[in-house]
Design a protein around this ligand. Structure first.
Ligand SMILES: NC(=O)c1ccc[n+]([C@@H]2O[C@H](COP(=O)([O-])OP(=O)(O)OC[C@H]3O[C@@H](n4cnc5c(N)ncnc54)[C@H](OP(=O)(O)O)[C@@H]3O)[C@@H](O)[C@H]2O)c1
Length: 240
C-alpha cells in the first residue's frame, strides 16, 4: 500500500497516549501521511472527536497501558481491523514534580505505571508483529528528564531514566533483526500534562505539541540514513 508521505509505504501504527497533547497531534500528522493509526488510551470520550476528524484510517481502542490484558486486547482488535502493526509510537505518560519527601507511594506508582510498566508491556506485546513485518519501528516519547536530572521531580526523573534504559536495552536486542528504535526527548511542551502540575510555568515559551509530532513524522518519513536512535528537541529559549 502506498502513502506514508510521497512513495513510502503506509504503516499501521499502534499509538498510545493519543487522547491528548503530543499523542493527539502525532495521530493527525501520521494520518495526514497516509498511515493507519490505532489509538490506545483510557478516556474513550476524548477520542470520539479525534477519530471522527481523522476518518477511516483511524480506530480507537480503550484501556490502561499498565494493565497488560487491556493492551493485549487492544492490539488484537487493532490487528483484526487494520492488519498487523509494523510501528509502535508510545506517547502515554504522566508527570508530577515532587521531591522524594513529598512523593506519595500512590504518585510513585502512577508515574512508574504509565511511563515505565506500560512501555515494557507495549514493547513486549508488539514485538512479534514488528519482527514479522520486516520493517518494524518503535518511537518512544521520553523526555529531557531521561538524560538530565531536575530538582523536585524524583518520581518523574526516575521513571524517565529507567524508561530510556529500557529503550536502549531493547534497541540492542532488536536492531540486528531489523527493528528501528527511536527515543524522542522533548523539553517542555504546552499540553494538558501541565494542568495537573502545580507551580508557575511560562507556557507561552514552551514548544507546541505539533512540533514534536513533526519530529515523529519525519523519523518515519526518512529511514534511509540509518537508525535515528535518539533525538532531543527543546524550546528555543532553553529549559524553562
Ligand atoms: N508536555 C511536556 O512538556 C513533555 C515534555 C517532555 C516529555 N513529555 C512526555 O510526552 C508524553 C506525552 O505527554 P503529553 O505532554 O502529550 O501529555 P498529556 O497531554 O497529558 O497526554 C498524556 C497521554 O497519556 C495517556 N495516558 C496516561 N496514562 C495512561 C495509562 N495508564 N494508560 C493509557 N494511557 C495513558 C493519556 O490518555 P488517557 O488519560 O485518556 O489514558 C494521554 O493521552 C509523556 O510521556 C510525557 O512525559 C511531555
Amino acid at each position: 500500500m502506498s502513502g506514508g508521505g510521497g512513495d513510502r509505504p503506509a504503516r499501521h501504527v499502534l499509538l498510545t497516549g493519543a487522547s491528548s497533547g503530543i499523542g493527539a497531534e502525532t495521530a493527525r500528522h501520521l494520518v495526514a501521511d497516509g498511515h493507519r493509526v490505532s489509538l490506545f488510551v483510557r478516556r474513550a470520550e476524548l477520542l470520539a472527536a479525534l477519530v471522527g476528524e481523522l476518518g477511516g484510517l483511524a480506530s480507537a481502542w480503550t484501556g490502561d497501558v499498565t494493565r497488560r490484558d487491556d493492551l493485549a486486547s487492544g492490539l488484537r482488535a487493532a490487528e483484526l481491523r487494520h492488519g498487523a502493526i509494523d510501528t509502535l509510537v508510545y506517547s502515554a505518560g504522566s508527570a508530577r514534580f515532587h521531591s522524594v519527601e513529598e512523593t506519595s507511594p500512590e504518585e510513585w506508582r502512577e508515574l512508574m505505571g504509565a511511563n515505565l510498566d506500560g512501555l515494557f508491556h507495549a514493547l513486549q506485546l508488539s514485538l512479534p508483529s514488528l519482527l514479522a513485518s520486516g520493517r518494524g519501528h518503535v518511537i518512544v516519547v521520553l523526555s529531557v528528564a531521561s538524560r538530565q536530572v531536575f530538582g523536585h521531580s524524583a518520581g518523574y526523573t526516575a521513571a524517565k531514566h529507567a524508561a530510556i534504559g529500557l529503550v536502549d536495552s531493547f534497541r540492542t536486542e532488536v536492531r540486528a533483526r531489523g527493528v528501528h528504535v527511536t527515543a524522542v526527548l522533548p523539553g517542555a511542551v504546552d499540553t494538558p500534562l501541565w494542568d495537573a502540575i502545580g507551580g508557575e510555568w511560562n507556557r507561552a515559551q514552551m514548544m507546541q505539541p505539533e512540533q514534536v509530532a513533526r519530529v515523529i513524522r519525519s523519523v518515519l518519513r526518512d529511514r534511509s540514513s540509518g537508525m535515528l536512535e535518539e533525538i532531543r528537541v527543546g524550546p528555543i529559549c532553553g529549559a524553562l
